[in-house]
Design a protein around this ligand. Structure first.
Ligand SMILES: [Fe+2]
Ligand SMILES: [Fe+2]
Length: 364
């Protein structure tokens, strides 16, 4: 038993190590933050993205899977971290803590922005994993109707990972024409799934082929979608054969920059540094919301303490973290005095220590 535990622990450690090349770079950035004061100032060409009046962020689902051991065993059984996610027979039965016995949940956030003239627009970040679970959550929150009535402008896929993307059928069922933004690096399987191809091995299908536009964004510039709303794309290699991640940058009047992320495989410090460098007003990051990818498997490495220390230096006033941030990280962040926004532990989110399913963060 002990031997099993040890091997699992080292596997988890390997998982963290392999997760993002940029992640450890970001963990080490705490020293860069200190060093920066000694270096000559770079000439910055910052993009003025404009501003919005207010922002409402609703967590549709941040519970990507329900049992860490079952998830890790699926990955291990399939051959490890570099295996193509479309070929892994993910566990969908007999999981006690799962949704209807399935280990699959998903990640998806509903965003509502209010523009300076008072008009509002809605967007969706990610489409979750299990289309069963996602459909339930979309229905619970009225997203099915918003989609059907074309009230959601577009869907942004933060990255191609199964827990953020494989539930796409639950979105397309209600609007097959929704415009979609994907990061450069999306694989052919991803485009095929959008078109209606099934991947029986991975137990994923899409019966509602996408008919709208797909925009592929690269990391060359800050992409302004509407005044005050932009996307930044990062070229990062990610485990389970995924490449590239993008995240939102909002500029809320009188508050500052608000970052909304999916998994944040590029590393939260790298993300914040890129925003400081490339976005006007980026030195005042008011809030961060979404997955921060620190201890998704609830393991802890002393290096992560440095990351929290570094994070603390940015003066962020609201942290609506969840998902792959990990509960241990949330505890440590609170202990370090970081302004974590608490949730209500409903709809399968286990603890109220962070923003969970059905919880909302209002920036106004
Ligand atoms: Fe991910
Ligand atoms: Fe994720």
């Amino acid at each position: 038993m002990e031997e099993q535990n040890i091997s699992r622990r080292s596997f988890v450690k390997g998982m963290a190590l392999g997760t993002v090349v940029g992640y450890f770079a970001s963990a080490g950035l705490s020293s860069t933050v200190f060093k920066k004061a000694l270096l000559p100032k770079e000439k910055l060409e910052q993009v003025d993205i404009g501003e919005i009046k207010s922002l409402k962020l609703k967590v549709i689902s941040e519970t990507s899977w329900y049992d860490n051991n079952v998830f890790l065993n699926d990955v291990k059984g399939a051959g490890g971290l570099l295996v193509n996610q479309y070929t892994i027979p993910w566990t969908t039965e007999m999981v006690k803590s799962g949704y209807k016995g399935s280990n699959l949940g998903g990640f998806s956030t509903l965003i509502e922005a209010e523009f300076m003239d008072g008009t509002k627009k809605k967007f969706l970040l990610d489409s979750g994993w299990s289309s069963d679970w996602m459909e339930k959550r979309y229905k619970d929150e009225g997203v099915d109707e918003m989609l059907a009535k074309k009230q959601i402008e577009f869907l942004v896929q933060s990255h191609e990972h199964m827990d953020h993307f494989f539930g796409i059928q639950a979105v397309l069922k209600y609007n097959q024409n929704i415009p979609i933004y994907v990061p450069k690096g999306f694989y052919q399987e991803g485009f095929d799934l959008l078109k209606g191809k099934a991947f029986p091995e991975a137990k994923v299908k899409n019966d509602y082929p996408h008919k709208g536009t797909i925009t592929v964004l690269d990391s060359s510039k800050v992409n302004v979608l509407y005044p005050g709303i932009a996307l930044m794309t990062f070229d990062v290699p990610i485990i389970l054969r995924v490449f590239g991640e993008q995240a939102f940058v909002f500029n809320v009047k009188d508050k500052g920059i608000v970052l909304v992320t999916g998994c944040c495989h590029m590393g939260i410090i790298s993300y914040m540094e890129a925003v400081r460098k490339k976005v006007k007003g980026g030195e005042k990051i008011y809030a961060v919301q979404g997955g921060l990818h620190i201890s998704p498997f609830e393991d802890w490495d002393p290096q992560y303490d440095d990351l929290i220390l570094a994070f603390n230096k940015y003066g962020v006033q609201k942290i609506g973290a969840n998902h792959c941030t990990g509960y241990i990280t949330a505890e440590k962040m609170i202990k370090a005095g970081l302004p974590m926004v608490r949730g209500t532990a409903r709809y399968m989110t286990k603890r109220d220590i962070y923003l969970g399913n059905g919880d909302e963060l209002l920036i106004a």
